[in-house]
Structure formats: C-alpha cells, structure tokens
Design a binder for this molecule. Structure first.
Ligand SMILES: O=C(O)C1=C[C@@H](OP(=O)(O)O)[C@@H](O)[C@H](O)C1
Ligand SMILES: C=C(OP(=O)(O)O)C(=O)O
Length: 426
C-alpha cells in the first residue's frame, strides 16, 4: 500500500450544519485501468486525462510497462501518455505485481497470455485470497499454459501463450472482471473471441463499460465477443469515479444537505451512477444533467428493498444510509461480494452490530434496521469501501473512529481530506 499521511486510527466528528457544495472527484478506477490496458495494447501513443492515481491504477501502470508499453505519468496533471506495443512480439519473461487490484490482475492475465514468453502474476495476501479459477480454465481452453504454483485458482499464476482464441465457456456469477479481461485481450487473439456464459453475469454494467472503452480505442466488441483487430491510440478523457461519488451523494441524503458531483453526467459509462436512483427511492431529491448529479436530502429517508447485483460496490454505502432511514432496508443479489477485498456481507453486518445497529446477513445480501450508532471504533478489514462507508456514520453520530484508514489508498487516497472539506463548517 502506498504511504499516505493518515494516522493508524482516524476520529471523525458529526457535521455542524448540512453541506451545500460541489465536489470534484478523482478519475474512475475502472475506466482508468481499462484505458491504460487498451492504450498499452494499441499502435501509437495515447494520452489519457482525468487519470486516477491510487494503488489500483499504479498496479496497472506497472503492468502496462511490463507488457512493453512506454508509460509517462504526470500525477499533478492527472495525465498519462502511453506508447503501446504488440505483446505478441515480446520474447522476454515478465512479472506483474497487482497488489490488491482485482481489475489489474483479471485484466492483465489474458493480456499476458497473448505472449509466447512466460508471464508471472502475483498480488498481496488479500488478492491471493480472491478467485481466479474461471480465468485459468478459460485461458487453458483458449490455448495457454497456466501454472498454479500455490493453490488451484489462486495467485500467484504463471501463464505462457499465445492463446489462439475462439469459443470459450465462462461462468459469470463470481465476477464480471474475467469477461472484461478476456474481451480486452480478444482482438489480439488469432481467432478473436466468443464467450459463452455458463452462469448469470454479475456486475453487468462493467462489461458495457469495457466495450465502450474498447470502442474508444477503435475496437468494436458486442459484450460477449470480438473479432481480431488492433487498438488505435487515442486521446481519452476519464470521468470521475462513480463509486467514490456514492459516499458524497449518501452524505447529502444522510445530513439533509445538498451535494453536486461534477463531471458525472447523464452520459456516464459507470453503472454506479445508479446509486443515485436508490437514494431517490429512499426519498432524497436527485437531479441529473450532462454536467453532474446533485442529491438533496431533507425529509425522512425511507427503507428500500433493492437488488444491487449491477452496482455492488455501493452496497456498503447504502448500508450506512439505511441506518438513517425510517424502516428496514433489504439488499439482494450480491452474494458474490463475499469474494471481494473481504467478505463484505459479513464485514458490514459485523461492524454495524458492533455499533448497536440491528443488521442481519443473508446468503445474497443483508437487512439493516434503522438506529442510532453508538460511539464505535470500526474495523475496516483492509477494505477501502468499509472505511469510506463506515465514515458516513460519523455525519450524525459522535464517537465514530475508523481503524486502519490508510486502506483507502487502494482507490481514493484523498478520501478523508475530501470528506472533511465537504463536511466542514461553511
Ligand atoms: O470491472 C471493473 O472495473 C469492476 C468490476 C466489479 O467487480 P466484479 O465484476 O468482480 O463484481 C467491481 O466490483 C470492481 O470494483 C470493478
Ligand atoms: C472490488 C473492488 O475492486 P477490485 O475488484 O478491482 O479489486 C472495489 O473497488 O470495490
């Protein structure tokens, strides 16, 4: 994890008055990591702007270089230039360290499998505990040799290609990242790629996003398949991160304030903008324009019953909002988030109960009943989204502390600074 200057425990105070402000958030992690990979595989030099600089995207910057791209980053300007290369021409073995980044690892493994030289992929203990089996099986059936020196279906993995492509069965119920990773490598496979899902796909909007970023780099994919071709270098502007936006939109709903997230417009590529729809169902006012999303809180929030299989990175955010509603909130469709940075269903329920909130875990989600959180030091389980979501409980309740807040470096190193700016007295 990168060194960000945060204490080992952070104490948060309630807002003194509801915020009324506009926030400008860092770039989307998901789009940054797709654009970096497409640029690394493209002919020519791409310039990316609005780039997120965080642990997950630094992992992809390293991976792009390992794949043979020349990468120049300007963090202050949030830009990266990438001179791509053809991985099929590479002859030297490489290794990629994905740290904690699921997207980096699942997107890069198929790209490594395009190469005839051996590529080793590893990550930290958290990523080593997450599943890779479906991707291993898919790459084998496409013609790669995959070694699993530790445990079957877990990092570290070593892959030697080239994959020839063609038809491949793939389960969809664990993660969409396997499909996105295969699709992005697909055009460089001799026969292209046609994926046949063997179980229902979760996180569907992320696959739509994959096809949209690929299209920006000149390759048309239909969501399950792609023909042989090459990416073309381009200038690409990355939107602000919609999952990060959920914390601020939720803060407006919880405090009865008004917060606009600039740059996340109606044309957003990110499914997580739909978190605002859930807040609307709970009674917050939402206005959307080409320039951004505004949430205005005020009245009493209502509990909701909602399937979050498309937007599961915002489920923990919703749990924090649900504490402030007038009736129970039931979240469904997200059993697969037990395999993320931590078992997110168990973690969110355990921590809310620690604060005296009535929370119940189900196979596919959770139920949260409203209550007043007691002063609590929350455990984050090394999960950035636990840290950011549980912070929201401090907005209206005193005595909230977050243990190991530095885990936010995975996707949003400036989170606590931004939160305190938004909630500070005007
Ligand atoms: O493709 C992506 O950029 C992502 C897909 C989602 O993962 P799953 O498909 O594993 O649910 C999401 O949780 C993750 O933060 C980013
Ligand atoms: C699940 C997440 O990340 P990833 O799968 O990319 O590690 C996340 O950012 O919440």
């Amino acid at each position: 994890m990168s060194e960000i200057s945060l204490p080992s425990v952070i104490a948060l105070s309630p807002v003194e008055q509801p915020p009324d402000t506009t926030v400008r958030l860092p770039g989307s992690k998901s789009i940054t990591n797709r654009a970096l990979l497409c640029a690394a595989l493209a002919e020519g030099e791409s310039t990316l702007s609005g780039v997120l600089f965080a642990d997950d995207t630094r992992a992809m910057l390293g991976a792009a270089a390992a794949l043979g791209a020349q990468v120049t980053a300007d963090e202050a300007a949030a830009t990266v230039t990438v001179r791509g290369s053809d991985p099929r021409e590479a002859s030297r073995p490489v290794s990629v360290y994905a740290n904690q980044s699921g997207t980096t690892a699942r997107f890069v493994l198929p790209a490594l499998a395009l190469r005839t030289a051996r590529g080793v992929l590893d990550g930290d203990a958290q990523l080593r505990a997450r599943p890779f089996g479906p991707l291993v099986e898919a790459l084998r059936s496409l013609g790669a040799r995959v070694e699993e020196p530790a445990e079957a279906g877990r990092l570290p993995l070593a892959v030697t290609g080239p994959v020839h492509g063609g038809r491949v069965p793939l389960p969809g119920h664990l993660s969409s990242q396997f499909l996105s990773g295969l699709l992005m490598a697909g055009p460089l496979m001799r026969d292209g790629l046609a994926v046949e899902l063997t179980s229902p796909l979760v996180s569907v909007p992320y696959v739509t996003m994959t096809a949209a970023v690929m299209a920006a780099f000149g390759v048309q994919a239909d969501g399950l398949g792609v023909a042989p071709g090459r990416y073309r270098a381009t200038e690409y502007a990355i939107e602000p991160d919609a999952s990060a936006a959920s914390y601020f939109l939720a803060a407006a709903a919880i405090t009865g304030g008004r917060i606009t997230v600039a740059g996340l417009g109606t044309g957003s590529l990110q499914g997580d903008v739909r978190f605002a729809d859930v807040l609307e169902r709970m009674g917050a006012r939402v206005s959307r324009s080409a320039a951004g999303i505004t949430v205005t809180g005020g009245g009493q929030l209502r509990g909701v019953d909602v399937d979050m299989a498309d937007i599961s990175d915002t489920a923990q955010t919703l749990a924090a909002v649900a504490v402030h509603a007038d009736g129970p909130t039931r979240v469904r469709g997200i059993g697969f988030i037990r395999e993320k940075e931590t078992d997110r269903l168990a973690a969110v329920v355990t921590e809310l109960r620690r604060a005296g909130i009535d929370a119940e875990e189900h196979d596919d989600g959770f139920t949260i009943r409203p209550g007043r959180p007691a002063p609590t030091r929350f455990d984050t389980y090394g999960d950035h989204r636990m840290a950011m979501s549980l912070s929201l409980l401090s907005l209206r309740s005193p005595g909230i502390e977050i243990d190991n807040p530095r885990c936010v470096a995975k996707t949003y190193p400036g989170f606590f600074a931004d939160l305190s700016r938004v909630t500070a007295r005007a």
